[in-house]
Design a protein around this ligand. Structure first.
Ligand code: CO
Length: 150
């Protein structure tokens, strides 16, 4: 069954955990995503080590992550300045992030994070977009992943 889940099958992907969107201002983005679209705000936090203020909104079986850059020295601020607001990354939930990273390394996939690190939603690691046809992909470890409703 796992082999039917696409080309990342050996990585143990179980679902889209969240989609990350870069915005200029969380407050401005709330006007649409929270107030007009009526998505429930699950969590908001400043992540100084990542140069962002981030928010998670409940999409039912997945989450929407809004990312407001707060420090010009981080890549996410440069992303906003060069590309503007918009889709930044897709986060895939995996059953065992260490096993997933080992599997990717064995397949010579270029990783941004060689080891998992603590993120807003749990233990995370980013895969370099050049191996994924231009999509920045984040992995999150299922046992530590933020569940909807938390
Ligand atoms: Co994310």
């Amino acid at each position: 069954m796992a082999q039917e889940r696409g080309h990342l099958a050996g990585v143990g992907v179980t679902r889209i955990h969240h989609t990350g969107v870069v915005v200029r201002s969380l407050e401005d983005a709330y006007a649409f995503y929270r107030d007009t679209l009526s998505l429930r705000l699950v969590k908001e936090a400043v992540m100084e080590d990542q140069g962002v203020k981030a928010a998670l909104l409940d999409l039912g079986n997945s989450l929407l992550e809004l990312l407001e850059p707060i420090d010009p020295d981080f890549g996410i601020a440069r992303f906003l300045e060069t590309r503007g607001e918009g889709l930044h990354h897709v986060c895939l939930e995996v059953a065992n992030i260490n096993a997933s990273l080992a599997d990717l390394k064995s397949k010579n996939v270029e990783l941004i994070d060689e080891e998992p690190r603590a993120g807003l939603t749990g233990d995370i690691a980013f895969i370099h977009p050049k191996g994924l046809h231009g999509v920045l992909v984040e992995l999150v470890h299922a046992p530590t992943a933020l569940r909807i409703g938390e």
